[in-house]
Design a binder for this molecule. Sequence first.
Ligand code: ADQ
Length: 503
Amino acid sequence: MNNEASTTRGRLVIVSNRLPVVFERGEEGLRTRPGSGGLVTALAPVLRDRGGIWIGWSGLPADEQEEVEHLLDGSSASAGYALRSVPLTAEELELYYYGFANEILWPLFHDLQSHCNFDPAYWASYREVNRKFAQHIAEAVAEEDFIWVHDYHLMLTGAELRERGLGNPLGFFLHIPFPPPDIFIKLPWRFNVLNALLDFDLLGFQTMRDKRNFVQCVRMLLPEIPVRAEGGFHVMQHHGRELRAGVFPISIDVREFRRLAASDEVSESAWYIHEALPDRQIVLGVDRLDYTKGIPYRLEAFRMLLRRHPDMRGRITLVQVVVPSRTDIPEYFDLKTKIERLVGEINGEFTTSGWVPIHYLFRHLTRGELLGYYRTAEIALVTPIKDGMNLVAKEYITCNLEGNGVLILSEFAGAAAQLHRDALLVNPYDIEGTAEALHVAFMMDHDERRRRMRRMRANVRRYDIYRWVESFLDAAASRHLHDFPMVSEYIPPYDTTELGVSI
Ligand code: ADQ
């Protein structure tokens, strides 16, 4: 095997579809400000200490590339690591990003093949753009740099880099789920994608379920590839190299969320929210407008709760925040219309003077507002029909400083693998079951709430985003897999692997 190169000697090269900076056009022209996600925060110190580059698309049209590069030189100096932009034309954006990534990979990997539009032009562009990314990476890296590619937009870059003769250690992390074989095989380009993934040295998945699905796809579609389990990894041989697949559940910057949640701004915001909704429990839903988030089922469940338990009326309010996303696409616009119709119907059926059952917010919230809701809500309703991890669940737990919140969580969210003991798990398609979980959450006594929340808070605190970055880089460098005990203990009702049925 020739992929023993240490990843600690070289620099770290992060590759993602988008760069971690936001471009804003003001009166003085284009400006940048640093992105604020947990991933950037956790990777920035490593990139600075070790030396590094972040490669991605700026979010702006290709004809602004010159100005973008000029600005990125300045941002690189202040960030302490280099930022390199990959220009994308309007056509590439349409076909590779809105097409292949959003109309094929996103729905298929969330088990929704009926939402897919398998347009061959999308595939051609996806390959082109992955090739373009590989070209930029190849130009930027030195021999011993560790290249870490993120997410489903860029699954072919490893193979493209190998084709160019690059021997660098290559890692890939998939932020969304990996589908089971019977769904993955619907992809017309299933062999190309699977083979390309095998050209990385380390593949990271959010949960055991995703890793298992990937291994099953390899076993089914590429039976000639030897696969063995070793030290928590699945190890496969391909093109004379060894690929290891492992589980790395992503998390959040816990210290930062706690600090912000305790700030005066958030404490005040939390107080005002409850002051405006006195004597009732607040149930919070926070989602990007997306059909994977299960918002209509959740609203139906809330309606069922109010119909079946009239005593809940006037004592519970659902605050549903929906963050606008892709509303120019008909499918997303239809989803928005459906949500608004349901909210209207439910409010029309139950509102009384002084009580509106659903407060519906369709907009971006400031961080302060969002954390105010996290901090004050007695119940969080996180019920995606499928989700890689779901950071909203972890943010809610971390911001629940009073320690008396209840988390209702979909068993199909990656976070369930970690929080299944203390959250109330639901099948999001089961409207009656979710309605009952809401009732149980409402009635749960103070001691049990605190007991459950204390354990969930400790769990999220232990495995924060810094631990996640460290464990992935350690696995790449030392072939050692950190122990995430919670991911190996989850035995959901539908799972057979952990019951001893081997894959
Ligand atoms: P996403 O699909 O974006 O991520 P998620 O993990 O839930 O989903 O993260 C959403 C983020 O948006 C959270 O950090 C949240 O704070 C923020 N947000 C939500 N509503 C907001 C609002 N109204 N205002 C401001 N911010 C808001 C993908 C995968 C997930 C996986 C992540 C990380 O789909 O499954 O957990 O990557 O790997």
